[in-house]
Design a protein around this ligand. Structure first.
Ligand code: OGA
Ligand code: MN
Length: 213
């Protein structure tokens, strides 16, 4: 898949401005329909092959399955994935990482990513993406893979816009929509979905450790 490292400069600028101003942004242009369709096919094939596992909450010793909190299934992805669509995803997200670092100085170093499938009825209750014992996750990036998502199908991401959660935005998981937000600031949830729902969920992590001086 041919790939220009920063193919949508104008739109990326808008996204970067939104992130700088308010800490979240919704983009519809960074991932074109062909790449989304290829990612969707890849996600679906691996789902059919039984490669997913039930998602957990927390990490390391705090990791636990909590089906009362989240009922999706995930498959972690690697940059060395043999599927060109997954490789293109990582390349494009790396362009986003570099652009964000140049304008917001977040020091994003790497991306951890999984495919997520929400079967009918699945949800993810309100949460923050930063773990109690690991504050490296800095910027969340959720990319949706569902073409023609019906308005009454549920499955929206509810993004709370203030810390007290008095205001929110419901974002349908429509193919090509990329939601970016600061991982430690924005509470969010996945509303129960009435049909299967697929996404590529990523977290840019910053370097953790002693300062080099
Ligand atoms: C998550 C998450 C949101 C979504 O996996 O942490 O919040 O819309 N996902 O899939
Ligand atoms: Mn989340």
């Amino acid at each position: 898949m041919p790939l220009d490292p920063l193919p949508y400069d104008k739109h990326l600028t808008d996204t970067l401005d939104a992130l700088a101003d308010r800490g979240w942004a919704v983009d519809h242009t960074l991932f074109d329909a062909d790449l989304i369709a290829a990612l969707r096919a890849s996600c679906e094939a691996r789902w059919q092959a039984g490669a997913f596992h039930a998602a957990a909450v927390g990490r390391a010793v705090n990791e636990a399955r909590r089906e009362d909190i989240r009922s999706d299934a995930v498959l972690w992805l690697d940059e060395s994935d043999s599927d060109p669509a997954v490789a293109a995803y990582f390349q494009r997200m790396d362009a986003v990482r570099q652009a964000v670092n140049q304008t917001l100085y977040l020091g994003l170093a790497e991306l951890e990513t999984h495919f997520a499938t929400y079967p009918e009825g699945a949800f993810y209750k309100k949460h923050l993406d930063r773990f109690r014992d690991d504050d490296a996750r800095t910027l969340t990036a959720v990319l949706y893979l569902n073409p023609d998502w019906p308005a009454d199908a549920g499955g929206q991401m509810r993004l709370y816009l203030d810390e007290a959660c008095t205001q929110h935005l419901d974002i349908p998981p429509e193919a090509g929509t990329l939601v970016l937000f600061l991982s430690d600031r924005f509470w969010h949830e996945v509303r129960p979905t009435h049909q299967p729902r697929m996404a590529v969920t990523g977290w840019f992590r910053r370097r953790i450790g002693p300062m080099p001086w």
